[in-house]
Ligand binder design. Structure first.
Ligand code: DON
Length: 306
């Protein structure tokens, strides 16, 4: 059984690796974060909450938002349309912001690389970016069980000001007939969804919903259909850590979704949700200390999926 002592040991083990990583460098708000922050929160289905380290320090959700938008898009467009017409479900082995496969394969490989996530964002219903973001924020709050979650405006402004690579992806997708609707509006929503502040505690709760087959752990309200919660966990395992997904499966063996803000969301089905925060990233853009915490927990408790 997981105890606070094990979690503290895992944190201690992970701490040594924070100095090897670097915060995301592309915008000042991420670059200037203290890279030694590290925290882990675990919640189980009986209501147990364990925390160690910096679990209440806010950070931007970044690519972990791709879980929320994917659920909304499945609801809005249907999984058949989304996974047959818009995005694939295969890992790329390329960096998250890569453009190289778009010309040869047209459809983005999966919903977690930027090209895929921008496509998924275009499938969410709403009359404009404001309405779409309103729905996104409301659903994020629900998944995290935290009504205080808000947009981080300076991060959003910086994402928008520096997002030319995402713009390139989006216009290419529009030219290929994959992305429908207004490109700038879709990008505006995408930049906003990446710029929402969360904590490791929030992300643990979001993970717990996925671990609980898509049902709210408090009142069992179905937030995601069980079959899609299962599909998303599978996608997290194969694609959630980008071109580090294979190694992560070997060394840790958990479904996980990372973000360049330093967060990692981990749903362990029927067991618990884990949220990790450590802004020092490895060369793939995943939390260096966070991965080590998860590796420690997987080995210590012998709970790798494999
Ligand atoms: O769109 C981007 O490139 C960033 N706002 C988010 C990317 C991200 O978090 C990738 N993660 N590891």
């Amino acid at each position: 059984m997981l105890t606070e002592e094990i979690l503290k040991d895992a944190l201690h083990y992970g701490k040594a690796f924070t100095k090897l990583g670097k915060t995301a460098q592309y915008i000042p708000q991420l670059k200037e974060v203290n890279k030694y922050y590290l925290g882990v929160c675990a919640m189980d289905l009986d209501g147990m909450v364990l925390e160690a380290g910096d679990t209440r320090v806010p950070f931007t959700i970044q690519s972990i938002s791709k879980l929320v938008s994917l659920i909304l898009a499945i609801r809005d467009c249907g999984a058949d349309h989304l996974f047959h017409e818009k995005v694939g479900v295969e890992p790329t082995g390329d960096p998250f912001n890569s453009i190289v496969k778009l010309e040869t394969r047209t459809r983005p490989f999966n919903p977690f690389i930027n090209a895929g996530a921008i496509t998924v964002a275009s499938c969410i219903k709403g009359k404009d970016a404001d309405e779409k973001f309103g729905r996104f924020l409301e659903f994020t709050r629900k998944l995290c069980d935290n009504d205080a979650i808000e947009l981080n405006h300076p991060v959003y402004e910086s994402e928008r000001a520096t997002g030319d690579r995402n713009r390139a992806l989006a216009y290419y997708l529009k030219a290929s007939g994959i992305l429908e609707g207004d490109v700038e509006e879709c990008l505006d929503f995408y930049f906003r969804m990446c710029s929402v502040d969360v904590t490791a505690h929030d992300i643990a709760h979001m993970s717990l919903v996925l671990a609980n087959h898509g049902a709210d752990p408090e009142d069992q309200e179905e937030l995601i259909e069980p079959q899609y919660a299962k599909a998303i966990r599978a996608l997290m395992l194969t694609c959630g850590m980008y071109d580090g997904s294979g190694e992560f499966a070997m060394t840790v063996g958990f479904p996980a979704k990372s973000g360049v803000g330093g967060g990692i969301a981990v749903p362990l089905v029927d067991r618990m949700g884990i949220g990790v925060f450590g802004p020092a990233l490895d060369e793939k853009g995943n939390s260096a200390g966070g991965i080590k915490i998860l590796e420690y927990l997987s080995n210590k408790m012998d709970i790798s999926l494999f």
